[in-house]
Design a protein around this ligand. Structure first.
Ligand code: SF4
Length: 553
């Protein structure tokens, strides 16, 4: 394997475009930290904070925590301070972070697309009930997020995670964020290739690895061999997407530079074929490019998408081949993308004669008891386990044909619906003002009420309509890729009062036609007026559509 360490000097066979001003690109010799985040990472590798948490902060309590760790390096351990209750979104912009900090943490536990067996599900459940006031959310990156975590409890939580083969390591921060894998990897009848071995190897080699713990910013990975593109590869920094080469057979195309937030860009396809066992090297090469050439001066430009946009895919591929992999990649035309939904909700046949069943909580919100109950269900029916999805849902795998109805009923008892309404199935919401310090508005509870109302107003819908509810412009619940995308903001009500509201984006989608929703400046809606606004939009669509016309069209 080529030397991928950042202190090596790779051969320079490609002419690298130089931005007009220094953007903090290490490979161009710009190593001097240009902002406080870069300085903090230079001062101390963020992975070192683990020992301070274990041996100092958890023993001496919250007040002993160095602020540079608290608001910086803790993220590499999957820990963020949560928002102090009672501070409204209108004030958020004018406040220092310290004023918003609560003494409790959100802990993000990564699943990396892995199969969660009964033991792992029960471990997660017990963490929820014992340490997190029974909280637990499924995020749209296949994580479980707990709230109300106290620093004193972190060692015990990590011990339980460790015993179950789970971790919160690098779940946040400027490193390899949780990897997305196909929830039906290895079992789906229509799978092109099972990416699980590659994902496991990437994790084994590169997670908790100081060669990759100081990236310019967060770095999102997805690997799927399922034709539904169930890991939303178009909006990850790096994605490996199952393809079949006419001569070489199944492998992966490489997509780079996707991301949402305030400058959304879809990933670009390199049009290559990478065999399963070379995926980890290719991952290290792409991540190495980001580490070495990524822009570090401004946080707002420190994502791979900006580099890819400036270089173009040809230059990117050239640098990857010449400087990092030291070999040429096999070219191939990228296949068409899928039209199917990748949420896997419902009952589906596996290739081995068993079934997998996808079920929907409400906007990803479950709790510790649900996870423990799911563990019991997995054991009772001798299921293979459960995987989380990139749509805030979960899938249980390995259901014997005779047990399908009983498992569907058991899931429903846990609040997990395998036959949900359109609104429950197709609405996602980010964390929002309940816990997130950046939020302007409430999202989870607002969405719950919205779903209940829309289920009454449109009980039957013959075409899916997606709604993504976000508490601020950061688009954690993918504002721009829903039919109706909502971005939290302060709006004015009829009497001119400042109230919670949303900027609307309409007509976004991901899959066959990757399209960002149009931001309609006039479409700003108060939170209180949201039910009626969506009712009007959906009514107009249903009345005006021509045959087969989707909402996005
Ligand atoms: Fe927080 Fe904004 Fe992300 Fe929602 S979109 S979780 S409010 S940062």
């Amino acid at each position: 394997m080529p030397d991928l360490r950042f202190d090596s000097q790779p051969p320079r066979a490609t002419e690298i475009p130089r931005p007009k001003r220094a953007e903090g690109q290490w490979s161009l010799g710009q190593r001097e930290p240009l902002n406080k985040n870069e300085q903090s990472k230079k001062d101390d590798d963020p992975l070192n904070v683990r020992d301070r948490i274990l041996y100092t902060y958890s023993k001496k309590g919250f007040d002993s925590i160095d602020p540079a760790d608290l608001r910086g390096r803790f993220r590499w351990m999957g820990l963020y301070t949560q928002r102090k209750p009672g501070i409204d979104g209108g004030r958020t912009g004018s406040m220092e972070e310290e004023e918003l900090d609560d003494r409790f943490f959100m802990m993000r536990v990564r699943s990396d697309g892995a199969l969660l067996n009964a033991k792992a599900l029960r471990a997660l459940g017990s963490i929820g009930t014992d340490f997190a006031r029974n909280s637990a959310d499924i995020s749209d990156r296949q994580n479980i997020q707990f709230h109300w975590i106290q620093i004193e409890d972190v060692p015990a939580i990590w011990e339980r995670l460790d015993e179950a083969g789970l971790s919160s390591l690098e779940a946040c921060g400027d490193g390899p964020r949780p990897f997305l894998g196909s929830p039906v990897a290895g079992v789906a009848a229509d799978e092109i290739i099972d990416g699980t071995p590659a994902l496991e190897e990437i994790k084994r080699r590169y997670l908790n690895n100081k060669d990759f713990s100081n990236l310019p910013r967060k770095f999102k990975t997805s690997v799927t061999g399922h034709p539904s593109l169930d890991t939303v590869p178009a909006i990850n920094d790096v994605s490996f997407v199952g393809v079949v080469h006419p001569e070489h057979g199944p492998g992966f195309d490489l997509w780079v530079g996707g991301g949402l937030s305030t400058n959304p860009m879809f990933a670009q396809k390199l049009g290559v074929w990478i065999p399963l066992d070379e995926v980890p090297d290719a991952w290290a090469g792409v991540t190495g490019i980001f580490r070495d050439y990524g822009y570090r001066r401004l946080r707002s430009k420190a994502r791979l998408k900006f580099l890819v946009a400036d270089w173009g895919v040809e230059k990117f591929r050239e640098v990857l081949e010449n400087e990092y992999l030291e070999k040429k990649l096999v070219s191939m035309d990228s296949p068409p993308v899928s039209t199917e939904s990748g949420d896997h909700v419902g009952v589906h046949a596996q290739k081995d004669g068993n079934f997998y069943i996808g079920a929907a909580p409400v906007v990803g919100r479950i709790n510790g008891e649900t996870l423990t109950g799911l563990g019991d269900l997995v054991e009772k029916f001798a299921l293979a386990g459960a995987r989380l999805t990139a749509q805030q849902k979960l899938v249980v795998l390995g259901v014997a044909p005779a047990d399908v109805d009983a498992v569907v009923a058991g899931l429903l008892e846990l609040g997990l619906d395998a036959k949900p309404s359109n609104w429950r199935r197709n609405t996602m919401a980010c964390t929002g003002i309940e816990y997130c310090k950046l939020a302007i508005v409430d999202t989870k509870e607002r969405s719950r009420a919205l779903i209940a109302e829309l289920e009454k107003r449109f009980p039957e819908l013959d075409t899916p309509i997606t709604v993504n509810v976000n508490g601020c412009p950061n688009a954690c619940a993918r504002t721009q890729t829903a039919d109706i995308g909502l971005k939290g903001m302060i709006a004015l009500d009829e009497d001119g009062n400042q109230v919670e509201g949303f900027q609307v984006h309409l007509g976004g989608g991901i899959g066959m036609h990757d399209t960002f929703g149009k931001k309609l400046r006039a479409h700003k809606v108060t939170s209180a007026g949201l039910d009626d606004y969506i009712t009007n939009v959906v009514t107009a669509y249903l009345a005006d559509r021509t045959d087969g016309e989707s909402f996005a069209a």
